[in-house]
Design a protein around this ligand. Structure first.
Ligand SMILES: *[C@@H]1O[C@H](CO)[C@@H](O)[C@H](O)[C@H]1NC(C)=O
Ligand SMILES: *[C@@H]1O[C@H](CO)[C@@H](O)[C@H](O)[C@H]1NC(C)=O
Ligand SMILES: *[C@@H]1O[C@H](CO)[C@@H](O)[C@H](O)[C@H]1NC(C)=O
Ligand SMILES: *[C@@H]1O[C@H](CO)[C@@H](O)[C@H](O)[C@H]1NC(C)=O
Ligand SMILES: *[C@@H]1O[C@H](CO)[C@@H](O)[C@H](O)[C@H]1NC(C)=O
Ligand SMILES: *[C@@H]1O[C@H](CO)[C@@H](O)[C@H](O)[C@H]1NC(C)=O
Length: 674
């Protein structure tokens, strides 16, 4: 009966359930006693704040436990009139138990401390509720020793008297914390010994403990609890400052960081935030890049320009030209992401609170703390500190705002220097940090300005750990979203061959990153030749025919479909004699995106690969059926392309039966079909 409905309970909420009305008093009594045992067991746990109140509540409930056990041991047959009182008691005990659970949580100590007044009040309310419940217990109808009855009456009197005040020491530490937060707002470094006292009071004495608290606050911020986001963010800033500044070494991670949501596997090295238009904050449907290199949704930026603002919304830079260039690589990725995640493309999706996307800190204290942390880390990574590189890596994951603080503080050149480190950990942390900083537009620029392209390619080729190579590929992918940098990467003779190596010999994650990086580079037409020359195409077919994950298959198809849009690509693909495997995937894949790429690829091959391709395709027994099913089941683009392809195949039949074979298709006729 005391099954816990606890999974997913928010802190400081008490979802107690009322026992059912028809319950027998004896059953209820058993359950009550079990609850009191459970409550008393909290006595031995660490209670960081409100300790006195918690122990007092436990003590009183312990007395009631003795009383309840006496009743149980007494004569059988409890009057039904006890049910009312027992039920109320039960409800109160459940809540006390929840409260104690929160008081003893080992990742929410600072938060519980800051809420100590609320918690003390809650104890008072619950203990008085308990006394009221006992008041209505018909003591006369119950057989227990007189002394026990007297003891319970004593507890009831005490319950009404005990004030459950906030512990003075808790109060003092809360004030100290508030002072530090105000200091952060003014960018004043907190007094270390004061911080030490605060941490000591709540028992945060190691890096990993501190990180647990940070994670807890992060998950709370994730809830739509707008009233408290400011304080939560400030405290998180404080703890992050402590984590970076007060603890000299990382003593192991407290378990895997919980995934905030069921993020896509598909574009797993990407983040939904990168798909949102910085103006509308919606997922972009038609991303375009403006002169400053930033991408926006076409409709948003056009509206912005029409409103007479000739400046880049993100950088504030004045624009000489309002020319926009479609960012096709990004668009494809977004489409793929949406397809795989069942988000209708072009539909904004739901707006949920996604901290990662925020471009501002949650509060001005958090902002100050973050800037000071960034400066501290910059100085310390400048001395080659691996711990600082690790902290930067962690921070670079969190949000646009935090990335921008790190970039502004100047960490990028130091991280680039660390890439040459002989310490494999330091190298990996540095390149992982760079990966996430390369999502930031200024971050990209600083990386490139400091010769980062070559340094990252070096890691890609010769990283000390496979993870480092993977992160390097991911970094190139982000850099490749800017035309100029795409060119730079393409010009490095080792870049594309090294990506090919990773596709050949990497882990799934490595392959994935290399594939998307190549996909990004292909947006620059001149680089098609280099990708072909590096011998990437046969590797892609290896992925298609091996039992590799569907994600990799889809990415490979995306690259093939892009390459096939040019004659030399189509020729190279045709040479692999792999039309059957493409048709096979179209027939059996469960991924809508993969099917769409198959149709695009086949259509482009027909247009650019010449007559042979069409002649081979018409012989395929299952192709027509697959294409017809795409007409109704495919994405709208897949269905349009399937229809074009059906037409091509029909035309081929007609020309063959009515005279000499001529070239049916003008080259590139279908290349830009949308
Ligand atoms: C995430 O997705 C996986 C597989 O699709 C599923 O097994 C898992 O339960 C999901 N997790 C959450 C938290 O939704
Ligand atoms: C990072 O940024 C987010 C939102 O901008 C903020 O809530 C958080 O406190 C920042 N700091 C850390 C250490 O993550
Ligand atoms: C980059 O940040 C994302 C979240 O924004 C995270 O999931 C990913 O692990 C980070 N990458 C690296 C290499 O640390
Ligand atoms: C392939 O990877 C393995 C380890 O993952 C490594 O030992 C081997 O040298 C690599 N081969 C090539 C050709 O890079
Ligand atoms: C990639 O594109 C750039 C820009 O045109 C070019 O300079 C570079 O040589 C290309 N790589 C090749 C030829 O594959
Ligand atoms: C198409 O798929 C079905 C089942 O998914 C299978 O039975 C059939 O053999 C496949 N046809 C070809 C040509 O691969």
């Amino acid at each position: 009966m005391i099954q816990r409905l606890n999974s997913g309970r928010r802190i400081l909420t008490y979802p107690a359930v009322h026992p059912c009305e028809a319950i027998a008093p004896e059953t209820l009594l058993i359950s009550l006693i079990a609850l009191t045992h459970s409550i008393c067991s909290y006595k031995s746990k660490c209670i960081a704040s409100n300790k006195r109140n918690a122990l007092e509540a436990i003590r009183q409930i312990g007395v009631i436990r003795v009383f309840l056990e006496e009743i149980q041991a007494g004569l059988p047959g409890l009057p039904d009139s006890t049910v009312l009182s027992f039920s109320e008691l039960h409800l109160a005990f459940q809540k006390v138990q929840y409260l104690l659970e929160d008081c003893t949580r080992d990742d929410a100590r600072l938060w519980m401390l800051m809420n100590s007044e609320r918690v003390a009040n809650q104890f008072r309310v619950l203990i008085r509720t308990m006394a009221t419940a006992l008041d209505v217990l018909p003591l006369d109808g119950i057989h227990v020793a007189v002394e026990v009855k007297e003891q319970v009456e004593l507890v009831m009197r005490q319950a009404r008297r005990v004030r459950f005040q906030v512990d003075p020491e808790d109060k003092r530490v809360v004030e100290a914390v508030k002072k530090v937060l105000i200091g952060f707002e003014k960018r004043i470094d907190p007094d270390r010994s004061e911080l030490e006292r605060v941490l000591d009071h709540v028992g945060i004495r190691r890096w990993s403990r501190c990180e647990m608290e940070v994670r807890f606050l992060e998950s709370e911020i994730g809830f739509e609890n707008l009233r408290e986001v400011g304080l939560l963010s400030s405290l998180k800033g404080l703890l992050c400052y402590c984590r970076c500044v007060m603890f000299g070494s990382v003593d192991g991670l407290p378990g895997p960081r919980p995934e905030p949501s069921n993020r896509s596997e598909v574009v797993s090295c990407l983040n939904l935030e990168d798909f949102r238009c910085p103006i509308s904050l919606e997922i972009m449907t038609d991303p375009v890049t403006i002169r400053t290199g930033h991408s926006y949704d076409r409709s948003s930026i056009m509206k912005w320009f029409r409103a007479g603002k000739p400046i880049c919304p993100k950088t504030g830079e004045k624009m000489k030209s309002m020319e926009v260039v479609p960012n096709l690589a990004l668009k494809r990725l977004i489409q793929q992401y949406c397809n795989e995640n069942g988000i209708p493309f072009g539909d904004s999706g739901r707006r949920n609170r996604d901290i990662g996307r925020s471009t501002v800190a949650g509060s001005s204290a958090a902002e100050g703390a973050m800037k000071m942390v960034a400066e501290f880390l910059c100085a310390s990574v400048g001395t080659g500190s691996n711990k600082a590189a690790y902290e930067i890596r962690l921070l670079s994951k969190t949000s646009i705002f935090n990335r921008s603080c790190l970039v502004e503080a100047g960490v990028v050149p130091h991280l680039l220097k660390l890439l040459a480190s002989a310490d494999s950990e330091a190298q990996e942390n540095a390149v992982a940090g760079l990966l996430n900083l390369s999502k930031h537009s200024k971050g990209k620029a600083v990386i490139v300005e400091n010769g980062g392209v070559d340094l990252v390619v070096d890691v890609l080729k010769e990283g000390l750990k496979v993870e480092a190579c993977q992160h390097a590929a991911g970094t190139l992918f982000y850099l490749a979203s800017i035309e100029e940098y795409r060119i730079l990467i393409g010009e490095n003779p080792r870049a594309i061959p090294a990506l090919r190596e990773l596709i050949k010999n990497g882990s799934d994650r490595g392959k994935k990153n290399a594939l998307v990086a190549i996909f990004g580079l292909l947006t620059h037409p001149a680089n098609h030749t280099r990708v072909l020359a590096a011998g990437v195409v046969p590797l892609l077919f290896e992925i298609l025919t091996s039992l590799d994950s569907e994600v990799l298959v889809t990415d490979s198809l995306a690259i093939l479909a892009t390459l096939a849009e040019k004659p030399e690509g189509a020729v190279a693909i045709s040479r692999c004699k792999a039309l059957d495997s493409i048709v096979g995937i179209l027939n059996s894949s469960t991924s809508r995106a993969a099917k769409e790429f198959c149709v695009s690829l086949l259509l482009a091959l027909c247009a650019n690969g010449g007559h042979n391709v069409v002649a081979l395709l018409v012989k395929s027994p299952s192709l027509m059926a697959c294409l017809y099913s795409q007409l109704s089941e495919g994405t709208s683009r897949a269905s349009k392309r399937a229809s074009s392809l059906i037409k091509v195949l029909h035309e081929f039949h007609e020309t063959r039966s009515s005279g000499p074979v001529t070239r049916v298709l003008p080259q590139e006729r279908f290349v830009h079909v949308r």
